[in-house]
Write a protein that binds this ligand. Structure first.
Ligand SMILES: NC(=O)c1ccc[n+]([C@@H]2O[C@H](COP(=O)([O-])OP(=O)(O)OC[C@H]3O[C@@H](n4cnc5c(N)ncnc54)[C@H](OP(=O)(O)O)[C@@H]3O)[C@@H](O)[C@H]2O)c1
Length: 271
């Protein structure tokens, strides 16, 4: 299938921006959904339709989807890419920040799914692509909200891809490994060795956009990209299970509460 029309969320930077560029160059009809207007993008891609929508708002997303359906402009492919990551796996944990990560990474996708599943059956297939993460399997060592949101997102898409199999709605999930973007480089708190390992296994933005676009044109349910980072995550998974204290002390994630144990009690090893 060649994609004639595509909607991509979060195109102001990173993976979304690379997808916008790729589809626009290929002459696809692109709807770019961002929470803010970026004049530079709008002038660079005059043929693209820019929608200013915060994916966390169910009402804004629903009115966008309904509007597209009513004007018969519903795209063939929805790439639900917008996401955030915050360092919150330590004593700075903040409920509101945690919630906003879930609202973006999880509900920011579900907000599209619900109105799409409520539409009367469509004459042609619609691909709904969630951009998840391989960190899902081992836990992002600094992002509790991030890990939680991506695990839930992956589970939902795993279930829906089976539930809707054979219908006009095709649920697909992308399990991304490291890609050098703003989100990737924010994790300066990584120990040096982890940054180095990540760099070795990471892939370019262009290669990522091409892989996602190819996958979105297929009916496959899951994409691991890049393949060469799969051993990295398998290795991390094994290390977590075999080495006590891997990732600075707790079983799956990095943070330490930095509280003293009660007097007279020995600190429990959880690794
Ligand atoms: N980079 C990696 O190593 C990696 C690995 C695995 C998975 N991923 C996933 O890949 C996706 C893209 O991430 P990236 O690395 O390209 O990060 P990025 O460069 O930080 O881009 C994130 C995009 O999401 C947008 N966004 C955030 N909150 C939004 C909201 N409420 N409504 C609309 N747009 C919103 C951002 O817009 P603003 O400019 O307005 O903030 C930005 O355009 C994410 O889902 C991420 O979890 C990335």
């Amino acid at each position: 299938m060649s994609v004639e029309s595509v909607l991509v969320t979060g195109t102001t930077s990173g993976v979304g921006r690379a997808l916008l560029d790729l589809y626009a160059r290929r002459g696809a009809k692109v709807i770019s959904v961002n929470r803010r207007r970026v004049a530079e993008l709008e002038s660079r891609y005059p043929g693209v339709r820019f929608e200013c929508v915060d994916v966390r708002s169910a009402d804004e997303v629903e009115s966008l989807v309904r509007g597209l359906a009513q004007s018969a402009e519903l795209p063939d492919v929805f790439i639900l890419n917008a996401g955030v990551n915050r360092v919150d796996n330590d004593a700075t944990f903040d409920r509101d920040a945690f919630q906003s990560v879930l609202e973006t990474n999880l509900y920011g996708v579900l907000n599209f799914v619900e109105p799409l599943t409520r539409l009367a059956p469509l004459g042609s297939p619609r691909h709904i692509v969630a951009v998840s993460s391989m960190a899902n399997y081992v836990g992002n060592p600094y992002g509790l909200g991030y890990t939680t949101s991506k695990r839930a997102l992956t589970t939902c898409f795993e279930v829906w891809s089976r539930m809707y199999a054979g219908t006009d709605l095709i649920f697909q999930r992308v399990m991304l490994g490291p890609v050098p973007t703003a989100m990737y480089t924010m994790q300066r708190s990584f120990p040096a060795w982890m940054g180095w390992v990540k760099d070795v296994f990471s892939t370019s933005l262009d290669a990522t956009a091409i892989a996602i676009a190819r996958f979105a044109s297929s009916r496959r349910r899951r994409l691991f990209h890049p393949w060469r980072s799969v051993p990295l995550y398998c290795g991390l998974w094994l290390c977590q299970r075999l080495i006590p204290g891997f990732f600075r002390g707790t079983k799956t994630l990095a943070g330490e509460a930095r509280r003293e144990p009660p007097r007279g009690a020995r600190r429990e090893r959880t690794g």
